[in-house]
Ligand binder design. Structure first.
Ligand code: SF4
Length: 299
């Protein structure tokens, strides 16, 4: 059962000004890295203003974006000018029909053109994010890595996370990163890497190439103990853990206190006391621990 697309009314979504205000508040509380993700962040009207506003924050060390790549041909230069350092692009297949099936609307050629545009624009890092699903795209592992090598960019394999009700247990489509790593080690000279981008990925470098492979392994190599991430949805919901439903509603506070950030700051500080220790993902469960889909919070 695919995720139905429902569009929220304007009032149910944070305005760009409210988004910028929230990021400023988090940065004032010590946050140094902000990732803008989606759904697809680059289709939001006037997204440029938000990127430029956030890019002006001098205490922010890193502004990064996760995108489906469809808008990069038009927006890569804007992102660079706004101060975006690194871009992650979600690509689960290099076969146009399969790509369309997996993304439901995606045009692979548009995304490939966007990737080339981003490479030509020049960022500190460009990385493909790929979720392998057994029987769907796991036969493309080497093709995807070879594509990254040819483009001189990085790639990360993210173990499927059971978010959203897809009407079946995930363990029948789950591909562990341990399996992916060993299959790639038989094909490429992989060297352990100390590379770290502040996220949960563990990197391996492919010798004699510019490419590193990241492995984000919530199941086979749980990384929750070092987690320092929270997520805010476009509705102002502060999710304390991707794998739990615990959240704090910040939109009512923003709108009740348009000129006073203290109540929002206090709510954020208090929420850290209830941040869950980790996820309860269980691939064998037919009904997911987390009912909302990944696109609700972004990865
Ligand atoms: S599952 Fe939750 S605790 Fe674990 S890394 Fe993700 S957000 Fe952090």
């Amino acid at each position: 059962m695919a995720e139905d697309m429902t569009f929220l009314s304007r009032n149910e979504v944070l305005s760009l000004e409210e988004c910028a205000r929230l990021v400023k508040i988090f940065v004032s509380l010590g946050v140094t890295k902000v990732r803008i993700t989606g759904g697809e962040p680059l289709v939001r009207k006037n997204a440029q203003w938000l990127f430029e506003e956030i890019g002006l924050l001098t205490d922010l060390k890193e502004l990064v974006v996760t995108t489906n790549g469809s808008q990069l041909s038009k927006q890569a230069a804007m992102l660079k000018k706004a101060g975006v350092k690194r871009i992650n692009i979600s690509v689960d297949s290099l076969q146009a029909d399969r790509f369309k099936t997996i993304t439901r609307t995606g045009d692979l050629n548009k995304v490939l053109a966007g990737i080339d545009h981003a490479i030509a624009t020049g960022f500190d890092g460009i990385k493909l994010n790929t979720v392998l699903m057994r029987g769907t795209n796991d036969d493309e592992t080497v093709d995807l890595v070879q594509f990254a090598i040819d483009k001189k960019i990085d790639i990360s394999f993210i173990e499927e996370m059971p978010l959203g009700d897809v009407n079946h247990a995930r363990d029948d489509t789950y591909v562990s990163n341990a399996e992916t790593l060993s299959s790639l080690q038989s094909k490429y000279p992989l060297l352990p890497s100390t590379k770290h981008t502040g996220g949960p990925a563990k990197y391996w470098r492919i010798a004699d190439t510019k490419t590193s492979i990241g492995f984000i392994s919530p199941h086979s190599h749980n990384f929750c103990e070092s987690c320092n991430r929270v997520r805010i949805t476009c509705q102002g919901e502060l999710y304390l853990c991707l794998g739990q439903e615990d959240k704090v509603e910040l939109m009512p506070l923003l709108r009740a206190h348009p000129n006073n950030d203290e109540p929002i700051k206090q709510a954020i500080i208090d929420s850290m006391a209830v941040k869950p220790k980790g996820h309860d993902f269980d691939l064998k469960r037919a009904t997911p621990a987390v009912v909302r889909f990944m696109s609700h919070t972004g990865g």
